[in-house]
Design a protein around this ligand. Structure first.
Ligand code: ATP
Ligand code: ATP
Ligand code: MG
Ligand code: MG
Lengths: 257, 257
């Protein structure tokens, strides 16, 4: 039984890609079969793992438009046996307008994913910072949404817009969609701002807020330039510890439900 | 003669809104008549200055769709005599699809702005983290683009996509569009990553890189929760000094050209 989780937040720079890459890697280190899908035209999740899809590769773009079957787009990551990746590429920028012309444009990813999703324990989808058709496709294909939230004022403000979008998707397109959890990212215990925002989030989300907090840790922002997830770049770092704990918390939550 | 500058970068969280608010405030402190336009559905520039447009206010949404004239949307900011703001609101989320149906959909902002722009020395446009129709409208209405760039790996990666988009807009929609400059943001002199990225950017952009650097400074991220630009929240902070210097550099560049 596979769990499909969209990693989404329209606020930019909150740690969506960093969470998608490092949670996927941590789950695969725990020997969970994991598929990471990059549906952001910026293709940061792809490049952060060194998966550079050029014009000859099949990417999520061809899969969404139905020009290629999904099996051809799945790539391995050397060193992490249980991890697979479907890369993105810049040409995905034009997809929102092209998808808009199709019937059932919100269901393209869900349909494509249906043939392979049961090969995996976890499918993670890294979304762009917007609420357009690409993110909607991810929210329709997913069973739940993991929301990274930076410990900053604007990040708190943006949650209203995100939750109302989730509600709309639940009502019209995917009644089974639930909130997997809200993850505090870039937490800096020396800053009052971090403490204040964390407190607000606790009040707002209660037990939907993960116990695991991701601390600000420069090693996390260095790792992508070495095309490695944090546990292969620096296993002793706080970032690696945080994301391994997050994977553990998600796996334990699954066992309970 | 007014200068219309779009503040754009599809990479999320790089400091577009922080730059738009604080540069606009710094220019108005220098007694330049300044208009700040928020064209991001997240409406962070609006809320960061405490301009909460509810359903009775005219926002950039009504202006873009031609449902209201632009004069009705212009608001004052108490305390900064030379600053005016056109706010955004969540309902702008639906605008990209609605604009898509119009003829000359890329020119809506340019047309609306033409009647008021000469009342100002500077018009700044805060863009969302995407390259959709809202950002394209800003790039067509603008004479130049200011690109905030976070001193991080992914921020460097994303520049290729941004520059190719600027090039496309120059060729097809706005031949007069130029690169105003690239601004390094959230620079932390203790981190090697910041130094490396700054060096790369210098190689890539040469004199298009502003001399002014915006340092990471928690006062900048605290100010929005007090609905104040940094020079009214904490004039002694590094953030205030940096943005006042940036305004000075832009004004001096204008005198030279
Ligand atoms: N815990 C952390 N500590 C330090 N830096 C971090 C942390 N998490 C993310 N970063 C850095 O912050 C920046 C933003 O993170 P990231 O790109 O993952 O956010 P995003 O939400 O995916 O952005 P976008 O909205 O553009 O997709 C990146 O440069 C990343 O390396
Ligand atoms: N120099 C700085 N020092 C510290 N924090 C900063 C600085 N500049 C911006 N920030 C904070 O970083 C976060 C991202 O900045 P901001 O929201 O301005 O970026 P953005 O590019 O407008 O994001 P989006 O892509 O979502 O529109 C905000 O919480 C802001 O307060
Ligand atoms: Mg991302
Ligand atoms: Mg912004």
């Amino acid at each position: 039984m596979s769990r499909v989780i969209a990693i989404a937040n329209q606020k930019g720079g909150v740690g969506k890609t960093t969470t998608a890459i490092n949670l996927a890697a941590a789950l695969s280190v725990a020997e969970k079969r994991t598929l990471l899908i990059d549906i952001d035209p910026q293709a940061n999740a792809s490049s952060g793992l060194g998966v550079k899809a050029d014009n000859s590769h099949v990417t999520i773009y061809e899969v969404l438009l139905g020009n290629s079957n999904i099996e051809n787009s799945i790539m391995e990551y050397p060193g992490l046996e249980y991890l697979r990746i479907i890369p993105s590429q810049i040409r995905l920028v034009g997809a929102e307008l092209e998808l808009g012309q199709l019937d059932e444009r919100e269901y393209c990813l869900k349909k494509a994913l249906s043939t392979v999703k049961d090969d995996y324990d976890y499918v993670l989808i890294d979304c762009p910072p917007s609420l357009g058709l690409l993110t909607i496709n991810a929210l329709v294909a997913a069973q739940s949404v993991l929301v990274p939230m930076q410990c900053e004022y604007y990040a708190l403000e943006g949650l209203g817009l995100l939750l109302s979008t989730l509600h709309r998707v639940q009502q019209k397109l995917n009644p089974g969609l639930s909130l997997e959890g809200v993850l505090l990212t870039m937490f800096d215990r020396r800053l009052n701002l971090s403490l204040q925002v964390a407190e607000e989030a606790k009040k707002y989300f209660g037990n939907k807020l993960y116990n695991t907090i991701i601390f600000r840790n420069v090693r996390l922002s260095e790792a992508p330039s070495f095309e490695k997830p944090i546990m292969l770049y620096d296993i002793k770092s706080t970032g690696a510890e945080n994301y391994l704990n997050l994977a553990k918390e998600i796996i334990l939550n699954d066992k309970k439900s």
